[in-house]
Design a protein around this ligand. Structure first.
Ligand SMILES: *Cc1c(COP(=O)(O)O)cnc(C)c1O
Ligand SMILES: [Zn+2]
Length: 414
């Protein structure tokens, strides 16, 4: 709750701000570098938030972690059920990936079928707190469709910028929830800049995850849940948590949630994080491997949700990997399509390309000797496969077309 928020601290210069005064980014460092981090009073939180308080909590959604969220008034929480997504054991998938144990957390089970719902729910709450007349974001697709859903839940007008090339299903989601949609004839990076300009020009509330520090707070709940679910199984924490990376907000949230569970005494150490990018768009991998600053690049991958040539949350995205002593790795589009089939056939979870990229990354990291064969990994499947039918069909091929006769079935079965 807001009562536990101490300040917003700039990740670049360290300056701390009062959230009532400065809300988005550090005015001294600007929105490229001056990303803020929400700082809490963990000692006070720990007094009411601990393993035994959670055991008694009947709220099976991300709101069970309310003390760790920047929410002023719980009456503003939207009615949609977000979070508390299933965590599955996936032994057959583990065998295919070449590791000892594997868990799959299916984030496609959120209300708009992606992980982004954890962030959008906080976005609309903050917009309501600010009495904003309209909320906006730019997105490769999922943050957009998610915001559209949560704006509908909160009855808040939304204006959304997506690249014209976003998958049809995601654009359909935007329209059906009633958002005003601008399909930008350009890249996601251009849509993002345009959204920033429009939000400044019209005073719309900005839900862009990189520049709005509250959003990552929603995203971190995936890790709070992961820890709680694994502890509830009575099993050991995974050695690795794998997740795909575009702007870097998701992996930043994953790290923060794990770090908080250490800070609050639930677990002893943060698991290593594997950040997975597509080979045709791997600015984090390049920077991490060469210990070099960000060089924006082209975005050539069918995994549209991670087709981000200019990551907007570079600092947090990089820190998640260095602080957890994890690794960045890139996979090809062909490996992503193969992982799509593998997850569906060995764990029965259908993910979109960016949703399954983490699994492809685990496979790569095992063969590269980065992940040990004896390791336990948790894979976050960040979006549902129905969001991008074209890629699914590309991965799975076509059905067998037959005339309506048993003879034809007999012939085909042979
Ligand atoms: C947004 C998204 C990601 C990556 O999140 P970033 O914060 O951009 O790094 C991964 N998978 C899916 C399905 C997404 O929608
Ligand atoms: Zn700063």
């Amino acid at each position: 709750m807001m009562e536990f928020v101490k300040s917003l601290q700039c990740v670049h210069c360290g300056q701390e701000y009062d959230p009532a005064v400065i809300e988005l980014y550090c005015p001294d460092c600007g929105y490229n570098d001056g990303i803020l981090n929400v700082v809490y009073d963990y000692d006070s939180i720990g007094k009411q938030f601990n393993p035994s308080s959670l055991k008694d909590c009947r709220r099976y959604s991300m709101w069970r972690y309310l003390p760790l969220l920047p929410v002023a008034d719980s009456d503003t929480i939207p009615h949609l059920q977000v979070g508390w997504t299933p965590l599955y054991r996936a032994p057959l998938l583990a065998a295919e990936l070449g590791v000892a144990n594997c868990y799959v957390k299916d984030e496609g089970r959120n209300p708009t079928a992606s992980f982004k719902d954890r962030a959008s729910s906080i976005g609309v709450i903050k917009a309501i707190e600010k009495k904003a007349a309209r909320i906006t974001c730019a997105s490769t697709g999922n943050a957009a469709s998610s915001l559209a859903g949560f704006a509908a839940a909160a009855q808040l007008p939304a204006t959304i910028f997506v690249p014209k090339t976003a998958p049809e299903a995601k654009i359909a989601q935007l329209l059906i929830y009633g958002a005003q949609v601008f399909a930008v004839d350009g890249t996601y990076d251009q849509a993002w800049e345009l959204c920033m300009e429009a939000s400044a020009e019209f005073g719309w509330y900005n839900r862009n995850c990189a520049v709005n520090p509250n959003l990552i707070e929603g995203k971190k709940t995936v890790s709070l849940e992961l820890v709680e679910q694994i502890l509830a199984l009575g099993e050991a924490m995974p050695d690795w948590v794998a997740v795909s990376v575009g702007d870097g907000c998701t992996v930043g949230g994953v790290y923060k949630g794990l770090w908080e569970m250490v800070r609050l005494g639930f677990i002893a150490k943060v698991p290593k994080i594997l950040g997975v990018q597509a080979e045709g768009c791997q600015p984090f991998v390049t920077s991490w491997q060469n210990d070099a600053p960000l060089i924006p690049c082209e975005a050539l991958t069918l995994a549209d949700s991670i087709a981000v040539g200019h990551p907007r949350n570079f600092a947090k995205g990089l820190q998640a990997i260095t602080q957890s002593e994890g690794a960045y790795i890139a996979v090809t589009d062909a490996e992503i399509l193969a992982a799509m089939k593998l997850l569906a056939r060995k764990a029965a979870v259908f993910g979109e390309p960016a949703g399954v990229a983490a699994a492809a990354g685990v496979q790569r990291a095992v063969s590269a000797g980065i992940i040990d064969k004896s390791a336990t990994v948790a894979i976050l499947v960040t979006g549902n496969g129905l969001k991008d039918i074209k890629s699914a069909v590309k991965a799975a091929g076509s059905p067998i077309i037959i005339p309506p006769s048993l003879a034809a079935v007999k012939a085909a079965v042979k």
